[in-house]
Design a protein around this ligand. Structure first.
Ligand code: GLN
Length: 288
């Protein structure tokens, strides 16, 4: 069997089973099995696929048809132009989370033109946010916190892979931070209890619940962070949180009741959908 026939066959199998983006996933599976990038795959289309690789490929397709996410099967996911190692211990980085990285970079460029801000990524999981920031902001100092030791092992792999010196801390949200931060960024769990069962099978059955489930209204951890962050931030510091668009109003109302925040607003993605909450701490005590 030629590579191009295998590619077509896998795409068809995945599509029949209603896997979204079946052609793309088929390519990624073949690229993984052959150890090639996309250009290499296209050059290899007329090659024969060895029997061993056919077996490997078909085992992977079976796993995918059992709704295991592709990223866990291949062990990788691209985020912010970087290749991240991922496993079932961590949430798979989502494209929408790149908004947080872009916003933090913009804040640092505006406010620390020649300085070295201290940044914490809370609930770092694979380390996608912390590592992307460290790569883009080499003069910043970074901490990455997670309650899961196994997630931190994955984050550590990604720090080594991208050669960044982020300090990894195990603990509950802000509890382990050893100094005041200029920026706290987080993609915390924010799915409502009532929405958990409605998540697609890939997420519901395979991704870590602790990274998704945020209690009754989804905001249990988000509220704790917003309440605790003023004590962990330097004056004028930023908190940036990923949220669901329909949670923005509730969070703005909650945060507006805490005097320490000088401003609270949302950040929209390129489609105009609000996907992040931005809170700025007052600059001086007199502003409170
Ligand atoms: N947007 C995520 C979802 O897909 C939720 C991520 C989170 O809770 N941080 O499923």
């Amino acid at each position: 069997m030629k590579v191009k026939e295998a590619l077509r066959g896998v795409a068809t199998n995945l599509a029949i089973d209603a896997v979204e983006e079946a052609p793309l996933e088929a390519e990624l599976l073949l690229m993984h099995v052959l150890g090639l990038d996309r250009a290499g795959l296209y050059v290899a289309l007329e090659d024969d696929l060895s029997p061993e690789r056919r077996v490997t490929l078909s085992e992977m397709v079976d796993r995918r048809l059992r709704r295991e996410p592709l990223a866990y099967i291949t062990g990788r996911r691209e985020f912010f132009g970087l290749d991240f190692y991922v496993g079932p211990e961590v949430l798979i980085p989502r494209p929408e989370t790149e908004l947080l990285v872009e916003e933090v970079i913009a804040f640092v460029e505006r406010n620390f033109p020649c300085g070295d801000p201290v940044i914490a990524d809370i609930g770092t999981g694979s380390g996608a946010i912390a590592v992307s920031l460290a790569v883009s902001l080499p003069r910043a100092r970074g901490y990455a916190v997670d309650i899961s030791a196994r997630a931190l092992e994955i984050a550590q792999v990604n720090c080594l892979r991208h050669n960044v010196g982020v300090e990894l801390l195990e603990g509950d949200i802000l509890s382990q931070l050893p100094e005041a931060m200029d920026v706290i960024v987080a993609n915390l769990p924010y799915v409502r209890d009532g929405d958990m069962d409605g998540l697609c099978e890939e997420i519901r059955e395979h991704e870590p619940r602790v990274a998704l489930s945020g209690g009754k209204d989804g905001l249990d951890v988000v509220r704790r962070l917003i309440a605790g962050a003023p004590e962990r931030l330097r004056p004028g510091g930023l908190v940036l949180l990923e949220v669901a668009p329909d949670q923005v109003q509730a969070i703005v109302e909650f945060a507006s009741g805490i005097d320490s925040w000088r401003s609270v607003d949302s950040v929209a993605d390129i489609g105009g959908v609000p996907r992040a909450l931005r809170l700025i701490l007052t600059k001086h005590c007199s502003e409170v």
